[in-house]
Design a protein around this ligand. Structure first.
Ligand code: HAM
Length: 428
């Protein structure tokens, strides 16, 4: 019986899930500041959505997709990334026709890639990403880059490096492609089978090969930056000028190619610089794409975006010793003694919660001492004791766990009392 968690996936338990909530909340907050709105798309799509966009010579499409037939014999794939799904949705709902352009969207959710699991590489991971569609203004590139760096800043990560490159427009890429073929062709037999196949189909992918990384021809390969035409060069210069203007530091790396085929012009990654990282130091990847929407049946639409996985962001937080999870506390714990009081506490607990108070009680028939222990363990701000005597007198004993102060309250006023104390009292 195979009842262990599948390889490359993880359970996020309480204690850890709070870190996720913190990051997701911060990232959404920053997105709102930049006027991006959330989009949610399905976890699976027709396989073609990805094969048409991500590129059929990429590792993702060739080796990593979780593709299956459903019971209606449809060819479906668990999304390996979010950009293609967002573009599909953008086309399907004609978001390009909306008055407010560009369309600025963010998303987060699980993505699936059949990769070899290692630290920072999961088979199910959660991406947080944004896409700004409908503008070819280099200022949007700068905005998207500023946005991602703001997210890292907000969560507290400081040891990062923004790495930038331009992949040029179609014409520049074609010139570079030819130069790459000329460069690798004479020695292509020294490269892996994948690279041999990539040579004619998509030689840029050779630069991204994990097996042939050390081959001497890699470091001498022609640089895309030498093949940018006038327009592409001007575009890149403007992006850099905007970044300089807002004072966002970056480094240029002409070997940065990205693992997906839809990029043109700006391509970037955010790298972790902190110690304690394994082999994988890319925290985030993104760039500009111009043919994606068209490939999915929409009008020619420029776009730019990025995605990072929360798993890698947490690794960076841990590497910088920035993870501290406060044990959550509760407002009030009800200690009930005796059958009648226990029944009464069910209603009382319900009333507390209706009033917006975080409250709990014992369900294990514990003695008084055990119930107080449970209250302690939950960091309860108040503990309220309801015994038979109290019940007969329609009162309840309330203890402020911080100050030790104890008061007897009429039952009818108990909920309001706690509410008032939480708002203004020392324990608030
Ligand atoms: P990507 O470079 O394939 O780009 O992935 C982006 C980020 O997702 C990576 O930098 C990393 O943080 C995370 N990631 C990828 N694979 C894994 C994995 N197996 N385990 C953990 N984390 C992983 C994209 O997905 C593009 N859609 C980004 C984009 C958006 N470009 C334009 N818009």
């Amino acid at each position: 019986m195979n009842i262990q968690i599948p390889r490359g996936t993880q359970d996020i338990l309480p204690g850890e899930s709070e870190i996720w909530q913190f990051i997701e909340a911060k990232a959404q907050e920053v997105c709102r500041r930049y006027n991006f709105r959330e989009i949610r798309t399905p976890i699976f799509e027709h396989t073609e959505v990805f094969t048409r966009t991500v590129g059929d010579t990429t590792d993702i499409v060739q080796k990593e997709m979780y593709t299956f037939k459903d019971r209606g014999n449809r060819d479906l794939t668990l999304r390996p990334e979010g950009t293609a799904s967002v573009a599909r949705s953008y086309v399907q709902h004609k978001l390009f026709g909306q008055a407010a352009q560009p369309t600025k969207l963010f998303y987060h959710g699980p993505m699936f890639r059949y990769e070899r699991p290692q630290s920072g590489r999961m088979r199910q991971f959660v991406q947080f990403g944004v896409e700004a569609m409908g503008s070819a203004d280099p200022a949007i590139d700068a905005e998207v880059l500023a946005l991602v760096m703001d997210i890292y800043k907000e969560v507290g990560i400081t040891n990062t490096k923004l790495v930038l490159n331009s992949l040029g427009d179609k014409e520049s890429r074609e010139a570079h492609r030819q130069a790459l073929i000329n460069h690798f062709k004479p020695s292509i037999h020294e490269f892996c089978g994948d690279c041999q196949m990539r040579l004619e189909k998509n030689p840029l992918r050779i630069l991204d090969c994990k097996k042939d990384r050390e081959h001497p021809l890699m470091s001498t390969a022609p640089s895309i930056l030498d093949y940018l035409n006038e327009e592409s060069r001007a575009y890149f210069e403007q992006v850099k000028a905007h970044l300089d203007r807002i004072g966002l530091p970056y480094v240029i790396d002409p070997t940065l190619v990205r693992g997906l085929d839809y990029y043109y012009h700006t391509a970037f990654e955010v790298m972790a610089e902190g110690e304690g990282f394994g082999a994988i130091t890319t925290l985030c990847g993104g760039g500009r794409y111009d043919g994606l929407v068209q490939e999915l049946g929409g009008p020619s639409t420029p776009g730019i975006g990025f995605a990072f996985s929360i798993e890698r962001l947490i690794m960076a937080l841990k590497a910088e010793n920035l993870v501290s999870v406060e044990e959550p506390s509760i407002d009030c714990y009800l200690v009930a003694l005796g059958e009648e009081a226990k029944s009464a506490s069910v209603e009382l607990l319900y009333k507390l919660r209706q009033a917006g108070i975080v409250a709990d009680k014992d369900y294990l028939d514990k003695k008084m001492k055990g119930q107080f222990k449970a209250a302690d363990r939950l960091n309860a701000k108040f503990t309220a004791v309801l015994g038979e005597n109290e019940l007969n007198e329609n009162r309840i004993e309330v203890k402020n766990m911080e100050t030790g102060e104890q008061v007897s309250q009429p039952l009818a006023e108990f909920v309001d009392y706690i509410k008032r104390e939480l708002k203004g009292g020392q324990a608030g």
